[in-house]
Design a binder for this molecule. Structure first.
Ligand SMILES: C[S@@+](CC[C@H](N)C(=O)[O-])C[C@H]1O[C@@H](n2cnc3c(N)ncnc32)[C@H](O)[C@@H]1O
Length: 307
């Protein structure tokens, strides 16, 4: 899961008057700083699909197994025969677990054909699961309220247009249906703008945050050194942008977790300070939200067409 950052962006500062909190003004986008390589396509993960499939394997990376999936399952609370939507499913690591736990059906969508192919290859071949190459922000053909629960794991920071993603999620859910979102912690993990430091006097490790409030897009090299042009795009947004987008979609947050690392620091004179930092500064942020009764969220595209 650990990827090194290649290049920073020039983040936007301040908020023009008239703009609602957390809402991006029309025409203003966080400015990406691309290398000379091609801009990744929507979703931007197909070119690294083989690497990501190997990293995650059948049961998940160590972060999936030790931290992320336990949180997802605790918040999602899957029950037998329920209908699930897995948005940005990658190579299907969560969908496989939901099937094992007796899901009635799982619709798993991802923008990367390579990762959907990997999900199908890893199986199991089961009539209850459907893997589809789709843009998770454009699921307006799904019947309103067709799912009991939906998840989006480690992907919101990989896409632009989080409003449309959350609207897709909300619309797919029945009233009071559960949505679970897990992401890199937007307050502490900001590519290129956050890092660890060591205070020699206090013998403590601290997290240094240089920029936070400005949304920014940062390319992240998947194999630093080896394939300098191979990167995915990370979209940083402040916490308020996520909460406000959930609210606009009609999703009410009912629980939140801030998972810590499971990794132990190496032995040595700094071990105590490093361990303390690992126990205090979260790596991830997880929300459980519920679709508010009486809300009918549509994607902004559909709303623009007057649908
Ligand atoms: C870090 S991977 C996480 C995948 C999976 N949820 C997991 O935990 O292994 C991010 C995924 O988001 C997918 N993605 C990004 N933008 C997308 C979009 N607009 N629609 C569908 N999938 C998208 C990528 O293809 C990639 O598989």
């Amino acid at each position: 899961m650990k990827r090194r950052i290649r290049q920073p962006t020039s983040p936007r500062r301040g908020r023009p008057s008239g703009q609602r909190p957390g809402e991006r003004p029309s025409g203003v986008r966080p400015r990406p700083a691309f290398g000379r390589g091609p801009r990744p396509e929507i979703g931007g993960w197909d070119h690294v699909a083989a690497w990501y499939d190997r990293l995650v394997g059948d049961e998940g990376s160590d972060y999936h197994q030790k931290v992320i999936l336990p949180v997802v399952l605790r918040l999602l609370d899957p029950r037998p025969a329920e209908r699930f939507l897995d948005l940005c499913c990658g190579q299907g690591v969560l969908a496989r677990i939901l099937l094992e736990r007796g899901a009635g059906s799982v619709l798993a969508v991802d923008a990367s054909p390579g990762l959907i192919a990997a999900a199908r290859r890893r199986g199991p071949a089961d009539r209850r699961v459907r893997y589809e190459v789709r843009d998770a922000r454009r699921l307006d053909d799904l019947a309103d309220g067709s799912c009991d629960a939906a998840a989006c794991v480690m992907a919101v920071q990989d896409l632009e247009g989080v409003d449309d993603l959350f609207r897709s999620m909300a619309r797919s859910l029945k009233e009071n249906g559960r949505a679970v979102i897990v992401m890199m912690h937007p307050c502490f993990r900001i590519p290129r703008q956050s890092s660890w430091g060591w205070d020699d006097e206090k013998k403590t490790q601290y997290r240094r945050i240089e920029r936070y409030a400005s949304p920014m897009t940062v390319p992240i090299a998947t194999h630093p050194g080896r394939e300098p042009d191979e990167h995915t795009m990370f979209h940083h947004r402040p916490l308020a942008d996520y909460l406000n987008a959930l609210g606009r979609a009609g999703l009410a947050v009912v629980a939140c977790e801030e998972p810590l690392t499971h990794r132990e620091p190496p032995p040595g004179p700094r071990a105590k300070g490093l361990k303390r930092a690992g126990e205090e500064i979260p790596v991830f942020l997880a929300f459980k939200a519920m679709r508010l009764p009486g809300c009918s969220p549509r994607s902004s595209e559909v709303m623009k067409r007057g649908g």
